[in-house]
Design a protein around this ligand. Sequence first.
Ligand code: SF4
Length: 110
Amino acid sequence: MSLIEQPLAELDQEIRGPIGDIDWTQFANCKGKTKLFFAPKAERPQARERREAKARSLCNACVVKDTCREFARNNHEYGLWGGENEEERHLAGFTIAAPIGVRSRLAKSA
Ligand code: SF4
């Protein structure tokens, strides 16, 4: 099976290896594009949706997507990792102190 035919999740598992000792970040599809993955100060919701859509398209073609998502969940990261933003991690049970989307909705409903 060629690299092109191999499912990304399978490739991700191979990169991770049996003991997880390979630096998975060297395979990141987002190198040099950090600004797409973290919200700038006072970002409006529509701008956030557009920025995150672009970032997710990179994540969806990234060979380390599962590893990246797992890292962010376990380390309570902010930003978009493995195609998942902090609100989605929070809703999946990986709580962070102040998830941006949840916090803003709670403030509006109060
Ligand atoms: S899954 Fe997304 S955030 Fe994670 S390394 Fe790949 S491109 Fe970057």
